[in-house]
Design a protein around this ligand. Sequence first.
Ligand SMILES: [Zn+2]
Length: 217
Amino acid sequence: MPEPVIHWSLADIGFMSRALELARSGLGHTMPNPSVGCVLVQDGLIVGEGRTQAGGRPHGEAIALAMAGLKASGSLAYVTLEPCAHDSMRGPACSTSLVEAGIGDVTISVLDPDPRTRGLGVARLESAGIGVRLGLLAEQGQQQIAGFEKRLRTGFPWVHVGRDDGTFDAVMGNLQATDLAAYLADAGANGVMRLCLLPGSAAAVQAVALSLVDSYD
Ligand SMILES: [Zn+2]
């Protein structure tokens, strides 16, 4: 694992902020996968950027690499979540794609919380001789994947009681299930990471009573 970085440059912070902004724009649209932002920088300029697409693929790295084209070679990558390490029927692993594109250093906000893949993306990059830095704006990075992390850990989505700001995978007003816990388990199994319960709704009242609320407006 990379050593923790103590001092980040303003440029580093700016580029990761852009990656986080991209990722944020995908919240509520990328289920079952987390929304991940990626920015590629060549000579101080952004040459490619992207985020996870609707439905969870392509991933942000693939979009950014396609946009950068040949300029990806030697560029610096800023990614909000550790690049994935498992090849899928729907595309190659992003850590492999970054290696093949000849990327320079990679800066990651947070590691993949999935214990089966955590650290493997970093390991693949490092074994190809790519420098990896970890932990830039990690608090924001962690906040963005809180729903993904909670679903992995508990099977339930992140439950928010408040207004629907468009960043949720699902919004529930009327209670559609008598057993909210069963409903949450079902939603999680279907990929929902972020669930909004409208204030005052029967679902919100039950969630509060059962201590199933993670955040409020
Ligand atoms: Zn990926």
